[in-house]
Design a protein around this ligand. Structure first.
Ligand SMILES: *[C@@H]1O[C@H](CO)[C@@H](O)[C@H](O)[C@H]1NC(C)=O
Ligand SMILES: *[C@@H]1O[C@H](CO)[C@@H](O)[C@H](O)[C@H]1NC(C)=O
Ligand SMILES: *[C@@H]1O[C@H](CO)[C@@H](O)[C@H](O)[C@H]1NC(C)=O
Ligand SMILES: *[C@@H]1O[C@H](CO)[C@@H](O)[C@H](O)[C@H]1NC(C)=O
Ligand SMILES: *[C@@H]1O[C@H](CO)[C@@H](O)[C@H](O)[C@H]1NC(C)=O
Ligand SMILES: *[C@@H]1O[C@H](CO)[C@@H](O)[C@H](O)[C@H]1NC(C)=O
Ligand SMILES: *[C@@H]1O[C@H](CO)[C@@H](O)[C@H](O)[C@H]1NC(C)=O
Ligand SMILES: *[C@@H]1O[C@H](CO)[C@@H](O)[C@H](O)[C@H]1NC(C)=O
Length: 282
């Protein structure tokens, strides 16, 4: 049986102002019976048309591009079914074999990791181009805030720093058994490693983040919303945390406004996801 997983994790990432308002999208509802947007296609409430806003321009800035990574899990292995860009109510498949996208907040560009290297997508012109000359199978990608350098995670779970416009890569030896990567606004590198646990890479090597549940599953890591100046965003199960470069962490508590906005966003996202789901699948 084919299980379709539209993973909302890193994927509904937005450019421009949206970064400053929206929280990283993941299932952080306290009511687990409600939405589970990690696997929205397995949520039958999503097709309740009366719960779908017919107009979500109030929720999504229409000129903002959001990216949706569509994948299918076959025999425990995640395979790409394409990255889509959603803008002005339109959905466009931009790259077929990609699982990773990293928008660049200050420019209308996003980097995409693909089976055959790195691509760059211009959200204004909607053009996609190969970036640099690397040919790695890239499953995770993050762009530094203060430079044009990138970090990539390759299919063999190795992290590289990519410099010189995508023509040079250096292995990050400190990061091992890496599943996912993220940077914070200060360009510290974090990753999810063994046992689904997050680590931070420091000048004295990788450090395990303290103060988190052990053996957690369904973990997610990303750059935090812009209002969180230091540290990265980490989620396990339904709880969000800010994790710091000194290897500490603290739970993030949503206020009522954030909860409300999140619910509205989830509903709007479900509408978009149902459009993705209606795209033909080979
Ligand atoms: C949704 O997922 C859960 C857990 O994997 C499973 O038990 C349930 O049958 C699924 N529901 C549908 C409608 O696929
Ligand atoms: C569908 O939406 C209506 C109105 O919001 C709500 O009353 C109803 O319970 C929903 N049904 C499901 C199955 O979610
Ligand atoms: C929800 O989806 C199911 C299965 O596709 C369908 O039978 C049902 O009529 C749908 N409900 C609504 C309110 O669209
Ligand atoms: C959608 O909602 C926004 C504000 O909520 C409103 O300004 C806009 O006119 C609405 N658009 C349509 C097409 O109804
Ligand atoms: C990429 O280009 C750089 C500079 O032109 C060159 O030094 C490097 O060997 C190339 N790498 C590959 C993998 O082709
Ligand atoms: C990103 O880098 C710029 C340039 O150094 C800096 O001014 C800005 O504060 C950084 N952004 C955040 C959110 O820290
Ligand atoms: C976590 O997992 C490890 C290895 O699977 C196991 O030895 C350990 O007992 C687990 N710890 C808890 C608290 O479940
Ligand atoms: C670690 O960093 C955080 C955020 O900067 C700070 O609040 C905390 O006190 C630091 N903890 C230690 C033990 O240095």
């Amino acid at each position: 049986m084919r299980v379709l997983l539209v993973c909302l994790a890193g994927l509904l990432v937005c450019l421009k102002t949206a970064d400053s308002h929206s929280l990283p999208q993941k299932d952080y509802d306290t009511d687990s019976n409600k939405h589970d947007i990690t696997d929205p296609l397995n949520d039958t409430s999503g097709n309740n048309s009366s719960s779908v806003p017919d107009n979500f321009s109030g929720i999504f800035d229409s000129s903002t591009t959001r990216f949706i990574a569509r994948s299918v899990t076959r025999g425990g292995k995640k395979e790409s079914m394409g990255i889509y860009a959603y803008k002005n109510g339109k959905l466009k498949m931009i790259l077929e074999d990609s699982l990773a996208v990293s928008p660049w907040s200050s420019k209308s560009r996003a980097y995409l990791g693909n089976k055959d290297g790195i691509y760059v997508y211009d959200t204004e012109t909607e053009k996609l181009e190969k970036y640099g000359n690397l040919s790695d199978n890239v499953i995770g990608i993050a762009k530094e805030n203060r430079s044009d350098d990138l970090y990539i995670l390759t299919e063999d779970h190795v992290v590289y720093k990519v410099t010189e416009e995508g023509t040079k890569k250096v292995k990050i030896n400190e990061a091992e058994h890496v599943e996912k990567i993220a940077l914070d606004w200060d360009d510290n590198l974090y990753y999810i490693g063994a046992n689904d646990h997050p680590y931070v890479v420091t000048s004295d090597g990788a450090k395990k983040i303290e103060g988190l549940p052990v053996n957690s599953t369904r973990t997610f890591i990303s750059r935090p919303p812009i209002k969180i100046e230091h540290g990265a965003w980490f989620m396990c199960e339904k709880q969000a945390y800010i994790i710091y470069p000194n290897a500490t962490s603290e739970p993030y508590v949503f206020n009522d406004q954030e909860k409300l906005e999140h619910e509205k966003t989830v509903r709007a996202l479900k509408t978009i996801l149902s459009q993705v789901d209606n795209q033909p699948v080979e």
